[in-house]
Design a protein around this ligand. Structure first.
Ligand SMILES: N[C@@H](CCC(=O)N[C@@H](CS)C(=O)NCC(=O)O)C(=O)O
Length: 259
């Protein structure tokens, strides 16, 4: 098969969801990496009129697709005939979709806004920071309640390894890129990012130890480096978020934005 082209600006978490799945399935792909500044301009806007990454082009089927959840579902339908990362039983199949939709509509946008108001927005607006930080914690609580079994009325109190059934699926994988950067998103110490959420922490660590995630993060480091960006998205040479904030407040060019 010909490699799938994954269009991305490397700082944001959403494209890495797709790369994680492609790596896990060992589906050939190539990355088209471009600067965040060009996200609402051609050629990318011609592929995705919403101007957000990721988008894919699959020359094997001639499809162009955007929205990470739709992309992941497509990849599974086309290239995971054995359903290694999904289910074909009615209940489990739809529960996987339920968690995937929750990730795309609940975790992604709210964590993104938390990151925006905590880190990137030029003004400190406590009411906005509080609202989105509270949402981050609320979403982590939903995951913790489910994984611990506390909120599962059918199997109350029985902890789970995975969100659905007895194996890792795209539902689990989709949460990894944003959960991996909670500390940067809500500005807390890395060791505190899952404080109070032990089941979420164990679940997350199970996934970030996979070779597929490690490979994705190595690719991210290389693509960030190509653009002169550090791991956290700040331009190289900037020593702290305080320095970064001061430059943003002074209206200086601070490189890419994300949400
Ligand atoms: N719902 C979209 C969200 C995509 C998204 O927001 N991507 C961010 C980077 S992770 C982006 O492109 N932001 C560009 C912008 O805010 O202009 C998806 O899941 O693909």
């Amino acid at each position: 098969m010909k490699p799938i082209r994954v269009w991305m600006a490397p700082p944001g978490p959403n494209p890495w969801k797709v790369v994680f799945v492609l790596e896990e399935l060992q589906v050939p792909f190539e990355i088209v990496s471009f600067k965040f500044d060009n996200i609402k301009k051609p050629p990318f806007i011609d592929l995705n009129p919403n101007g957000r990454v990721p988008a894919i082009e699959d020359p094997n089927t001639d499809i162009v697709l955007w929205e990470s959840g739709a992309i992941i579902n497509y990849i599974l339908e086309q290239y995971d005939a054995k359903k290694t990362l999904s289910f074909d039983t009615v209940k489990e199949k739809h529960q996987v979709q339920q968690w995937l939709f929750f990730q795309c509509s609940g975790q992604g946008p709210y964590f993104g806004q938390a990151g925006w108001f905590n880190v990137l927005h030029p003004e400190r607006i406590p009411s906005c920071m509080n609202r989105y930080n509270a949402e981050v914690h609320r979403i982590l609580s939903v995951l913790e309640g489910w994984l611990s079994g506390e909120s599962d009325i059918k199997n109350k109190g029985q902890p789970k390894k995975w969100l659905v059934g007895d194996k890792m699926t795209i539902a689990d994988m989709s949460f990894v890129p944003w959960n991996d950067r909670i500390d940067a998103t809500i500005s807390c110490a890395p060791e505190d990012k899952f404080k109070g959420y032990p089941h979420v922490q164990a679940w997350h660590e199970r996934m970030i130890s996979l070779p597929s995630w490690k490979a994705a993060m190595e690719m991210r480091a290389a693509k960030m480096d190509e653009q002169g960006l550090m791991w956290n998205g700040m331009p190289k040479g900037m020593k702290s978020f305080q320095e970064y904030e001061a430059k943003i407040a002074a209206g200086e060019d601070t490189g890419p934005r994300e949400n």
